[in-house]
Design a protein around this ligand. Structure first.
Ligand code: URP
Ligand code: ZN
Ligand code: ZN
Length: 440
């Protein structure tokens, strides 16, 4: 059995900073591998399929210091949860560079799928995403949401919510297109911030009625955050994540000239830049507990171009799995976060939220040795020319940041080192998860 000794660095976990230990990575940080709780590798969506496979997407994640992802398996409409889960296991098995787990998207809440939830929880798939958006595709009505939440409360399954009022949004899309408003920037306008706030409020109230916890995914609007903060002040088990794109990008990007804005189409949409300060504040106050990527990449050519002349046909989603640790470190550099909070929101809390702690999310005896040596002083320029995601553009093209992953260990084995990838497809193992470790 081989052993790896790291010497001389500053160990940062969410709990401690242990300087002057026996570790030696002089001038570097020794941090837990990142846990990205929200990815969509090779997801079929919007008439196409997300560009990163489990192989390319997890390799890119490894390059960026993420050593575990939780991806979303999808129940086919009219089919069983089991069918969706088996299909996702088949895609991921033997291909991943890092460890992986699954949430389950429920696109058809019915007596049979509600019954299946318990079986999935028993297999370590302990969270279920519902959509208040995308009528006719992934949408659940309020009755279905309530029933799934009640079942979540019974089984220990955590409900993750895509909180946007999709019925109202579809009306606004139709009206915008009828006025000839077809450019990508209208995507941000029709997906109105109040329709995110309203859905967030409704999700929280339905969860309260069901006696269930709820976790709001990809929160982008200040008013939606206010709903989460209010619920948390009332002592409810309401949690939320945001994503780097909402912290660093804005509706100005959606309004870039020509069709460039299509590169920034995701849902919930990018908001005016004034929202960013509120999101950073929410991360500091813990009203936002986690930063995930919602990695769902579509190439500009030909995928995003499917929406030329009709913004509603642009596949929704952004690439990002490779840059979460770096962009959040940039948040440390710019004074938005402490170093420990960086590790908390990127490693420890997602691991706890999704039942992976302390195996993942920290450095401790008994934990998997998923460890990153991070150079906090290195400078890098983000670009599609150098990133490892299988997508033909970067949302952050030309952005200069401070900090860079140097070495990555997955379960004690070096998989990225000295500018090279040392792992193999299939290194990553499926992780059965416990239930959410934050319930009060
Ligand atoms: O635009 C997004 N977020 N695409 C991925 C699917 C989802 O809703 O998370
Ligand atoms: Zn979503
Ligand atoms: Zn998503």
């Amino acid at each position: 059995m081989s052993r790896t000794l790291i010497t001389g660095g500053t160990v940062i976990t969410a709990a401690d900073e242990l300087a002057d230990t026996v570790l030696d990575a002089t001038g570097k940080y020794v941090i837990p591998g990142g846990v990205d709780g929200h990815t969509h590798m090779e997801m079929p969506f919007g008439g196409t399929v997300a560009a990163d496979t489990f192989e390319t997407g997890t390799r890119a994640a490894a390059w960026g210091g993420t050593t575990t992802i939780v991806d979303f398996a999808i129940q086919p409409r009219g089919g069983a949860l089991r069918e969706g889960l088996d299909a996702w296991h088949a895609k991921a098995e033997g291909t991943c560079a890092i460890d992986y787990a699954f949430h389950m998207i429920m696109s058809d809440v019915n007596p049979s799928s509600l019954k299946e939830m318990e079986v999935l929880v028993g297999e370590g798939v302990t969270s279920f995403k519902l959509f208040m958006a995308y009528p006719g595709v992934l949408y659940s009505d309020d009755g279905q949401v309530l029933r799934a939440m009640q079942r979540g409360a019974e089984t220990g399954g955590l409900i993750l919510m895509h909180a946007e009022n999709g019925i109202a949004i579809d009306v606004l899309i139709e009206q915008a297109l009828a006025r000839g408003e077809t450019d990508p920037r209208y995507h941000g306008i029709v997906r109105h911030e109040l329709l995110e706030a309203e859905a967030t409020h409704r999700a929280i109230k339905l969860a309260q009625v069901a006696g269930a916890p709820v976790y709001i995914v990809h929160l982008s609007a200040e008013k939606a955050l206010a709903e989460v903060a209010k619920a948390r002040d009332e002592g409810l088990n309401a949690f939320a994540e945001t994503c780097p794109q909402y912290l660093f990008l804005s509706s100005d990007d959606l309004a870039r000239p020509g069709f460039e804005g299509a590169k920034y189409v995701c849902s919930t949409p990018l908001r005016p830049r004034e929202h960013q300060a509120a999101l950073w504040r929410g991360l500091r106050t813990d009203d936002l507990s986690v930063v995930s990527t919602d990695h769902c990449p579509f190439c500009f050519k030909p995928q995003k171009e499917m929406g030329l002349g009709d913004f509603s046909k642009i596949p929704n989603g952004l690439p990002g799995v490779e840059h979460r640790m770096d962009l959040l470190h940039q948040g440390v550099v710019e004074g938005h976060l402490s170093r420990r909070r960086w590790i908390e929101i990127a490693c420890a809390t997602p691991a706890r939220m999704f039942g992976l702690y302390p195996r993942k999310g920290t450095i401790a005896p008994g934990s998997d040795a998923d460890v990153v040596i991070y150079d906090p002083a290195a400078r890098q320029t983000l670009s599609a020319a150098t990133h490892h995601m299988a997508v033909d553009y970067s949302c952050y093209e030309g952005k200069e940041i401070t900090g860079r992953v140097e070495t990555v260990l997955s379960r004690g084995r070096v998989i990225v080192d000295g500018g090279g990838y040392r792992g193999r497809a299939g290194d990553g193992r499926f992780q059965q998860r416990a239930t959410c470790q934050y319930l009060r």
